[in-house]
Design a protein around this ligand. Structure first.
Ligand code: AMP
Length: 395
């Protein structure tokens, strides 16, 4: 069921409390080095301001100790960057919900923007504290969640605050709406064939995703180091590849219950050291000699996976096929990325490393959706429900 978005509520003369993700990287001079997260929140922000609403923004940044103001974690650089991007003044409260927040919120004019200080300056944020949430909720008429990266968390600003809003409108911003549209709606009614490509270092991190996707996909293609744990489960030789020996039995079980949907690499590109300029060779799967480690899917696998993607109507990709940060072991990940970019399928890239890879290859604008949340997107693909989203208003 679709959630109400910020566009569905009348915001004129009203105050909107919007949870955003301004957890941006800063350099030694406290300058924002990558403003993407701020820019991504602009559509929701502008939607409120353009319709004569007042806006209070709240976010965390880094990991302060929860004992009050710490200059290095201040949201001041983010507020300044926002003012620059909006080309309008942005107020910054010196606290989060305290006297200064209250005074500046009360003084907000229509079309005005106030950024509260870092939510994590207050110990109540991580604890989901109801009283802290009540203070935040009391600042506004409408609550909006546009912080997808923290949607899997139950911090006070994500769950207790919308709860404390009572009957007042509680909606999603455009960023969260798009994530839900692709990571749950598109998956619940997919065009078929529906192909998932899963890679990365560890089977452990992906067990729940593999299990969930096996129930809804037509094919689950495995790459990355985790393929070697599956190879061990089939009695293969994996040399010095990264494996999880305590997950071999589980890998065997997953293969057994996959009904042939789980597809493993047929070859591997190996190196004799974990270096880009090591000696290399391509070998068949399960035949990696001692002294060598598998660092990428091989060229035959890349070709097979690209052909599978070409036939698909829906594609989900999470996790690199090899050590994509270290050429030439980016070849398999690149081949998959190019196939996904070239396909007409609904294509969804999970956050984290696959998002980094598709950006690195300059193909991000050739896919339907690149998720902004690493942990959150993985949990959504596991089929988990998020309380922070569930409690918001339905259309
Ligand atoms: P994850 O965080 O589980 O998605 O894993 C991503 C990491 O797995 C990336 O940093 C890759 O370099 C790494 N990775 C992928 N394939 C391999 C491999 N064959 N050997 C070692 N590391 C790998």
């Amino acid at each position: 069921m679709a959630k109400k978005t910020i566009a569905d509520v009348d915001v004129a003369d009203k105050t909107v409390l919007m949870r955003v993700d301004f957890n941006v990287p800063l350099d030694d001079q406290q300058q924002v080095t990558d403003d993407r997260r701020i820019r991504m929140a602009l559509p929701s922000i502008r939607s409120v301001l353009d319709r004569g609403g007042k806006l209070i923004l709240m976010s965390h940044l880094g990991r302060p100790g929860g004992k009050g103001f710490e200059a290095e974690y201040s949201l001041k650089p983010a507020a300044e960057k926002l003012a620059e991007l909006l080309n309008c003044p942005v107020e910054l409260a010196s606290d989060v919900g305290g006297d200064d927040s209250q005074a500046k919120a009360a003084a907000l004019a229509d079309g005005g923007v106030l950024v509260l200080e870092n939510l994590r300056f207050h110990a109540g944020e991580k604890k989901g504290d109801a009283q802290f949430a009540q203070t935040l909720a009391g600042l506004a008429d409408i609550y909006c969640n546009d912080a997808f990266g923290t949607c899997h968390r139950t911090d006070a600003s994500m769950v207790a605050t919308p709860k404390a809003m009572g009957d007042k409108p509680k909606v999603v911003g455009f960023l969260v709406a798009k994530e839900i549209e692709y990571l749950t709606d598109a998956i619940s009614n997919p065009g078929r064939p529906f192909v998932a490509i899963l890679g990365g270092a560890k089977v452990t991190d992906k067990i729940a995703v593999i299990e969930n996707l096996l129930t809804i996909c037509d094919e689950v293609l495995i790459g990355g180091a985790m393929a070697y744990t599956f190879s061990l489960a089939q009695g293969g030789e994996v040399g010095d590849s990264l494996v999880e020996r305590d997950r071999v039995e589980l890998a065997r079980e997953l293969i057994a219950k996959s009904n042939g949907k789980l597809k493993l690499p047929v070859d591997s590109t190996c190196g004799d050291a974990f270096k880009g300029d090591c000696n290399k060779q391509n070998v068949d799967a399960g035949k990696i000699p001692a002294g060598w480690e598998g660092l990428d899917i091989g060229p035959k696998t890349a070709e097979i996976y690209a052909a599978d993607v070409k036939k698909a109507k829906t594609v989900i990709w999470n996790g690199p096929m090899g050590v994509f940060e270290m050429p030439p072991f980016d070849a398999g990940t690149r081949a998959v990325a190019e196939a996904v970019a070239a396909s007409d399928a609904v294509s969804i890239i999970g956050g984290g490393d696959s998002a980094a890879a598709i950006e690195q290859f300059g193909l991000a604008d050739k896919v339907s959706h690149v998720s902004t949340g690493g942990g959150a997107s993985l949990e959504m693909l596991e089929g988990k429900k998020f309380e922070a989203v569930e409690l918001l208003d339905e259309k």
